[in-house]
Design a protein around this ligand. Structure first.
Ligand code: NAP
Length: 343
């Protein structure tokens, strides 16, 4: 900590408070996440130290913590990809950020090491933060990186979506879904969104969907067909492919494009449905997105946050120590928007 002269002959050491983080020492159940204290690090020459005010909880955080995901960090590690806060210090080579800047955090796949966001401080590279406008809260800032990054890449690169087209967002009330509805609406698409609860349907409508359908009711597939006047959707973003892929293929327009975003199992499909429509079924994984794509994706996000077309929705804020409860909650259905940890 800083050294200040005392009023006598000696110097008084004012030790800075230790940093608090969630640490995972072994893969497993949510309870493997424990709060630990350590010294707050100083940024290296090319690094930024951020005081984290909110950390976003994504479903993928739970897959990584349990050790079943393709990405297995070296132990011990601090979880968390998304977050928001204020720049506390920058290394000597960093010219793009300064102390006091409000920022949101994301992983840009550049390979630059970064620490987890489930902590009151984190280290990252200067291309792994975006400017957080004053009209966006820290909790909202923690709901940006994975959801909005996924949406812009899926929508504009993988689906090649165009203004005037019709899009079905299947699972529109969650972190990714709400982001997708806002982005597609701002692009000038006709937006159909699904949710499983009344509250979820309200959130999808508030986000800007033209048509909202409950995916837990009988006949909802017919309702979607009807909403497209029998043509089908030009683009589908699918959050639960293991449940919906076979149905989705019947909901696509000719030359339609389906992007698989979420999947938790196997499913049987009829390939003829793809043939007949000359449809494209494509997938994406944010961690495989080429690093070169992040600049345009985050330029789009920055513009949308600043002009108010992107308005991240926060479901619940929990203290950092309740990370295990947050991991249980993020896998439950019926939630609306993001779960956020407050260090
Ligand atoms: P989330 O916040 O938990 O949202 C899940 C959404 O799925 C909710 O809208 C939920 O609606 C909906 N849903 C539940 N049952 C459904 C059904 N039978 N049919 C259609 N929708 C249904 O999760 P998220 O953060 O938005 O992520 C969504 C999925 O995408 C997760 O599996 C996540 O792992 C994955 N993901 C993948 C990538 C990637 O790079 N590929 C990136 C981000 C996320 P109700 O609860 O109202 O029913």
């Amino acid at each position: 900590g800083p050294v200040e002269p005392g009023n006598g002959h000696e110097f008084l050491m004012i030790a800075s408070a230790p940093m608090r983080s969630i640490v995972v020492r072994e893969f497993g159940a949510p309870s493997v996440m424990q709060v630990e204290e350590s010294a707050t690090p100083a940024p290296g020459a090319a690094q930024v130290l951020v005081r984290v005010h909110a950390a976003g909880v994504n479903p993928v955080d739970t897959y990584i913590r349990s050790g079943v995901y393709a990405i297995k960090p070296a132990l011990p590690f601090t979880p968390g990809i998304d977050g928001a806060g204020v720049v506390e210090a920058v290394g000597s080579d960093v010219t793009t950020w300064k102390k006091g800047d409000r920022v949101y955090l994301f992983n840009d796949n550049s390979g630059t090491p970064r620490t987890g966001t489930y902590a009151d401080h984190m280290l990252c590279g200067p291309t792994q933060i975006g400017r957080l406008p004053g009209n966006v809260s820290f909790a909202q800032g923690a709901a940006i990186g994975v959801p909005y990054g996924t949406v812009y890449y899926a929508l504009l690169r993988r689906a090649q979506a165009r203004p005037g087209e019709t899009i079905l967002i299947h699972g529109a009330s969650g972190g990714v879904g709400i982001a997708a509805v806002q982005a597609a609406r701002a692009l000038g698409m006709t937006v159909i969104g699904t949710a499983g609860t009344e509250r979820g349907m309200g959130a999808v409508e508030d986000a800007g969907a033209h048509v909202v359908v409950n995916h837990r009711t009988d006949g909802y597939v017919d309702a979607i067909t009807k909403a497209t006047h029998g043509r089908g959707a030009d683009v589908i973003l699918e959050m639960n492919a293991h449940l919906n892929l076979d149905k989705d293929l019947t909901l696509l327009a000719r030359q339609g494009r389906l992007v698989l975003i979420g999947n938790r199992g196997r499913i049987e499909i009829d390939p003829r449905a793809i043939m007949a429509r000359e449809a494209t079924v494509t997938g994406m994984v944010l961690f495989n997105m080429p690093a070169a794509e992040f600049a345009w994706v985050h330029a789009a996000i920055g513009a949308g946050l600043a002009n108010g077309t992107l308005r991240p929705v926060v479901n619940r804020e929990l203290p950092l120590a309740e990370a295990p409860a947050a991991h249980d909650a993020v896998l439950e259905s019926g939630a609306v928007g993001k779960i956020v940890l407050v260090p």
